[in-house]
Design a protein around this ligand. Structure first.
Ligand code: F0G
Length: 483
């Protein structure tokens, strides 16, 4: 990758290797209105309306800016139900990028997880993974299976700055397979990068080692490649053996080593949709019948054909280091700014976005009053910034109804790729610093309405006491008539 050095090193910032040609106007409401909108949304950032949000940092899913070539490709989509040229073009792209022969289309990542769980997970079976993702776990437990997490211990220590904190703990993986017996393990799933622990990457060496152990034990290896784009960047810059390899070569190694790969193309490929891919035709055939049942015919699997064209181009663009570096570089900028100010962050900066360590910022709020969710509401009050709770609220309750306290209480400030300018990222850092300085004002939340499944999506909460009004009043005091 070519890097552009600034003449004055102290002025060095990440430099965008693209220009913006379509824009969307933003609105920043006054703090009093932000407080109102938060109430209307039940203190759940998922329920805020986008028109009321200034910086939408909820997710990078389906909201990354597409390239001109992706948008152009959408106009040649072949909308035929069967034998579609679009499907052929997408398969060609997947073959080129991953080196895999077979492909099942699905409407998004969790649809792939549904099909994987339905095919391979039987009641009482275990799935082993470096770390769970919310939708993955929900599908596995729905089938009567359970999840065992085997990330290395440093993965759960926010301030530990090891380069590959998403790595599997290999000795624990081997021991767990011995203890449980291979026949009771539905599959081993590698999530690279690892979403809920701060977008932390997994090394190529670790992934290949896990795949090898799976082969030796006759267990399926599954790679969730939804966050692979950022992970590839980290492999290239942090892992010695990858420095001389092309991205395509790394992808092909993974394509060859894993039994199955699936991904959300709302993330990988900056498009929409999802796919399950493999070189093993027999495995694909076992899942095939579920595609027309749940998704759509095999040529589109519930995806809109225009999205499939964008995906075909977007996957190829993943091979370009200048394209895939923008997200991690902007994330690093934000993390470093906040870290330098003393805001506890997950370090080193990972993929997906900046992860703020709420557990350390508001330790006075117990897990059961959702410290990360409370901090996320404070960011909205302070700056119209919509982040996402990634802590106890995003967990499922235990079967006995007790809370499953999250290993880490994080607020994720996602950085959709090529969407925000650096001045907007600076604004975000400024408002987070203000919240940090006023953290003693922040209190907890309690349920008003708690859904049984994936409660973080639509649950409604209330602040405990009038701390949000006090925080808004402090904002007025400090910022005068500023928005
Ligand atoms: N796997 C990982 C690692 C993910 O991050 C996601 C989605 C999925 C699977 C499911 O894919 O959304 O297309 O159904 N992550 C989004 C996020 C929702 O905001 O982090 P999907």
């Amino acid at each position: 990758m070519s890097s552009v050095k600034f003449y004055l090193p102290e002025e060095q910032v990440p430099l965008e290797m693209h220009k913006v040609r379509v824009v969307q106007k933003l609105h920043l409401l006054p703090v009093e209105e932000r407080l109102e909108k938060l109430k209307e949304a039940g203190n759940n950032t998922f329920l805020l309306q986008n028109k009321d949000v200034f910086m939408d940092m909820l997710t990078d899913s389906g909201v990354n800016a597409m390239s001109d070539n992706q948008v152009a490709a959408m106009s040649i989509a072949d909308d035929s139900y069967a034998g579609s040229e679009t499907c052929n073009r997408l398969l060609d792209s997947i073959k080129e990028v991953f080196g895999t022969e077979h492909f099942l289309p699905a409407h998004q990542g969790r649809a792939c997880e549904n099909i994987l769980a339905e095919t391979f997970v039987k009641p009482g079976m275990f799935t082993l993974m470096n770390f769970h993702f919310t939708t993955t776990k929900a599908h596995i437990t729905r089938m009567g299976g359970s999840v065992i997490e085997l990330v290395r211990p440093e993965g759960l220590v926010p301030a530990n700055d090891e380069p590959f904190k998403g790595n599997f703990d290999i000795p624990r993986l081997k021991q767990t397979i011995k203890d449980l017996g291979a026949k009771n393990i539905a599959f081993v799933r590698i999530e690279a990068g690892t979403n809920l622990i701060g977008g932390q990457p997994v090394s190529l060496e670790n992934m290949l080692e896990v795949a090898k152990i799976c082969k030796e034990n006759g267990i399926l290896s599954v790679l969730d490649a939804s966050l692979l784009q950022d992970n590839l960047y980290f492999m290239k810059i942090r892992e010695e053996q990858c420095k001389e390899m092309s991205i395509k070569k790394i992808m092909h190694k993974l394509g060859k080593a894993m039994d199955l790969i699936y991904f959300s193309s709302r993330k990988l490929g900056f498009a929409r949709g999802g796919a399950i891919i493999s070189n093993n035709e027999e495995l694909i055939l076992r899942m095939k019948e579920y595609i027309p049942l749940y998704e759509g015919f095999l040529t589109y699997g519930g995806m809109e054909v225009r999205s499939m064209e964008a995906m075909a181009v977007g996957l190829r663009e993943t091979l370009d280091m200048e394209i895939i570096s923008q997200g991690p570089l902007f994330t690093k900028y934000l993390v470093d700014e906040l870290d330098a100010y003393g805001v506890p962050m997950v370090k080193p900066a990972g993929g997906l976005g900046a992860h703020v360590n709420a557990g350390e910022i508001v330790p006075h709020i117990p897990h059961g009053e959702y410290p990360a969710a409370a901090l996320a509401t404070a960011f909205y009050i302070a700056g119209g910034i919509r982040g996402m709770e990634r802590g106890t609220l995003s967990e499922q309750r235990n079967p006995d109804g007790s809370e499953q306290h999250a290993e880490m209480e994080l607020v994720r400030l996602a950085l959709p790729r090529r969407v925000f300018t650096l001045s907007q990222v600076k604004y975000c850092a400024d408002r987070v610093k203000w919240v940090y300085d006023n953290r003693h004002l922040i209190g907890g939340l309690r349920w008003e309405d708690e859904p049984k499944v994936l409660r973080f999506f639509f649950g409604r909460l209330q602040p405990i006491g009038d701390w949000q009004e006090k925080l808004a009043a402090k904002f007025r005091e400090d910022f005068g008539d500023s928005l």
